[in-house]
Design a protein around this ligand. Sequence first.
Ligand SMILES: CC(=O)SCCNC(=O)CCNC(=O)[C@H](O)C(C)(C)COP(=O)(O)OP(=O)(O)OC[C@H]1O[C@@H](n2cnc3c(N)ncnc32)[C@H](O)[C@@H]1OP(=O)(O)O
Ligand SMILES: CCCC(=O)O
Length: 446
Amino acid sequence: MYANEYRSKLRYPEEAVKVVKSGDWVFMSHFAMFPQALDEALSKRVGEVSDVMVRSVCATVSPKICTADPEKKSFTYMSGYLSGHERKLGEKELCYYIPGNYSASPTLIRNGSAYPPDVAMIQTTPPDNNGYFNFGTSVSYARAICEKAKTIILEVNDQVPWVLGGEQECIHISEVDYIVEKSYQLPQLPATATETEAERAIASLLIEEIEDGSCLQFGIGGMPNTIAKMIADSDLKNLGIHSEMATTSYIDLILKGKVNGSMKNIDKYKTIFTFAMGTQKLYDFIDRNPAFASYPVDITNNPRRIAINDKQIAINNTVEIDLLGQISSESSGIKQISGTGGQLDFTMGAFQSKGGKPFICMSSTTMQGGKLISRIVPSIKTFSAVTCPRTFAPTIVTEYGKAQLTGKSTYRRAEMLIELAHPDFREELIKAAQAQKIWTRTNKIS
Ligand SMILES: CC(=O)SCCNC(=O)CCNC(=O)[C@H](O)C(C)(C)COP(=O)(O)OP(=O)(O)OC[C@H]1O[C@@H](n2cnc3c(N)ncnc32)[C@H](O)[C@@H]1OP(=O)(O)O
Ligand SMILES: CCCC(=O)O
């Protein structure tokens, strides 16, 4: 029925990207759905256009518009959450970060607070018989971008899984200006990073906090996978998932019957997410799987909606925390590592959920530049961003224990956090706490 319309809109990528003019804002789809054919075609226009702003999120390949234009003659690239590739480009000043809470992005685009998109370049599945294309693994805020864009170009990839929604997971052919085609496997994240002793110890401490019927959110990074594996081997049952990200570790949780969503107050029997990043096994598993529903991020990450489910557990990672409980999860000094993403959204949502518990985890130490450093620090580095302010500091977990910081005074926070630090760093942290006047004669550290 839509074959003629499809043919009339079909272009080679090089033709389609000619719509981009100097000064335009181009929004590319997110995470594993970064539109590789359109990026490559646009990168060939270096020198032909100027001041083109290109925006995406956590591109799982290195954008060619950046590498083809190291002097930024034509393109300036920015991302709402840096991937490893984007982090490397950032070091060369070829990628800039856009600070923000992930939940807010669709609203900022719809109400015009963010620069409006001139051209949307969005990767999708091929259309179904009703003329709908599916946003695949990144519903994110694709729909908000398309609503505001002057021109919509779809990059159709027949290897993209069709992910059931939720809402706003599709776009109709009548709304689209141009279509390009390219078939390729989506970029994958490795299934299992090597687990450390510390990660296993932290996972054991967290599992004690999860009850039958809890609703889970796992953040990004190595640690959440370790916890998911431990849950898969536990006796826990009737768990639910309301998360931002779907990962390969969900497969076992569902197949082993740990997660069935039966105790959720919304989206019953469904695992909720806004983007999926993992192995091909994950992409195959979520393809038309009614156990999943993908929503735009202003729905998944809305703290009030997160709080509707009881016993919401939010498990996220951090880079470092200071003695006052300021949590810095996305940068180290001027180095932007990743982004705020949904860390604050889910921490706030879990705080509001009946029986909910937010956690921020980290190994007590890390090797940086060949040196062992403490992640519990007197004060976060100059220029490092505070991802969760101390007013929202939840329970902190390291391999040495848990510290529930809410409602605690500054000196008590310092004491509890120093107890979670590696023993080699405790003495200097106590001295720092004394200098900050947050140490009392009653404080004791074993
Ligand atoms: C997309 C989403 O929003 S999902 C929902 C939740 N969102 C969030 O929690 C957002 C914030 N959190 C994060 O970004 C991640 O969880 C992180 C960065 C805290 C941890 O992620 P991981 O992948 O486990 O981090 P990893 O240990 O591999 O380190 C990533 C980088 O940070 C650097 N880093 C980590 N700790 C430190 C530190 N204390 N000082 C300096 N650099 C550090 C590492 O060296 C590495 O950099 P490199 O790749 O250039 O070598
Ligand atoms: C994680 C994505 C952040 C954004 O672009 O809002």
